[in-house]
Design a protein around this ligand. Structure first.
Ligand SMILES: [Zn+2]
Length: 276
């Protein structure tokens, strides 16, 4: 009779309630985990790590650290997605700034220093057991190319899966959808993203003092220092103008979800292809 009752109760439970619910890790931030906690999590329960990268450089009317703030917030938003289920590695804030390095408050790490340093960080993540290393990059130009090459090399040499995501170009359709233009470096889209993170970091009153320049097509001209701290992807469009908080928040949500989709799509395809 007792067995019958147990069976009846089990049948009455919804299917989801019978499956063990995976316990959330004590923290998603590697900085906050104890080594014994980490040992339980990786790789048994968590195989993916998000490594964020950026740089310090001028950004029109917003903060010099825009390229650092954005990818960290994106990582925070997407790490908890059950299909991503990632830890977040400590951020790498100094990057290959290039032609904006002469501006006040900017720093530039030469590629010959940056690449071996980031390689050592990636190898540290490999050694700790991560199978999927996702670089969420916040700064473009040469840094993107260096990270693409490095991530590919580390994958081939160490038999792990690597992905580099440049959020602003991966999600360029979201800038078009929200603002009606592709934006630019420190353009309407990137400024809005920072406004969504912290409105106090956007200084509308500085706009009259700041020029913008269309990004030159590749292999045309190359000026150092860059003539403006705002570089537009399409001439005549994408300057920060209305600073609408609702649009900023919508763009922020859309970009987070777009990056999550891009990461999940790649993770799923790796798995289907047997790379897990
Ligand atoms: Zn930027």
């Amino acid at each position: 009779m007792f067995r019958f009752l147990v069976a009846l109760v089990l049948l009455a439970l919804p299917a989801a309630a019978q499956q063990p619910v995976p316990q959330a890790p004590p923290s998603r931030w590697m900085d906050e985990l104890n080594w014994l906690e980490f040992r339980e999590l990786v790789p048994a329960r968590i195989k993916t790590v998000l490594l964020t990268t950026g740089t310090l450089e001028p950004h029109g009317v917003t903060a010099n650290g825009a390229d650092n703030l954005a990818p960290v917030k994106i990582a925070e938003a997407i790490a908890v997605d059950p299909q991503i289920n990632a830890l977040i590695a400590p951020h790498i804030p100094y990057g290959v700034t290039g032609s904006m390095a002469p501006y006040p408050g900017a720093t530039h790490i030469p590629p010959e220093v940056y690449v071996p340093y980031v390689r050592a960080v990636l190898l540290g993540l490999v050694r700790n057991g991560f199978r999927n290393i996702i670089i969420v990059n916040g700064h473009g130009g040469l840094q993107t190319q260096l990270l693409n090459d490095l991530a590919r090399d580390v994958s081939l040499e160490h038999n792990v899966n690597t992905l580099v995501v440049n959020w602003w170009s991966t999600c360029s359709q979201d800038a078009e959808a929200v603002f009606g233009n592709p934006g630019g470096h420190a353009g309407e889209n990137e400024t809005a993203f920072i406004q969504a993170i912290n409105p106090r970091l956007v200084h509308k009153e500085l706009l009259p003092k700041i020029t913008s320049t269309p990004n030159p097509p590749p292999a045309t001209v190359s000026a150092t220092p860059a003539p403006s701290s705002i570089g537009l992807y399409r001439e005549g469009a994408g300057n920060p103008t209305d600073f609408d908080q609702k649009k900023a928040d919508e763009y922020f949500r859309r970009v987070n979800s777009c990056v999550a989709v891009a990461v999940k799509d790649t993770l799923k395809k790796w798995e289907q292809a047997g790379f897990h």
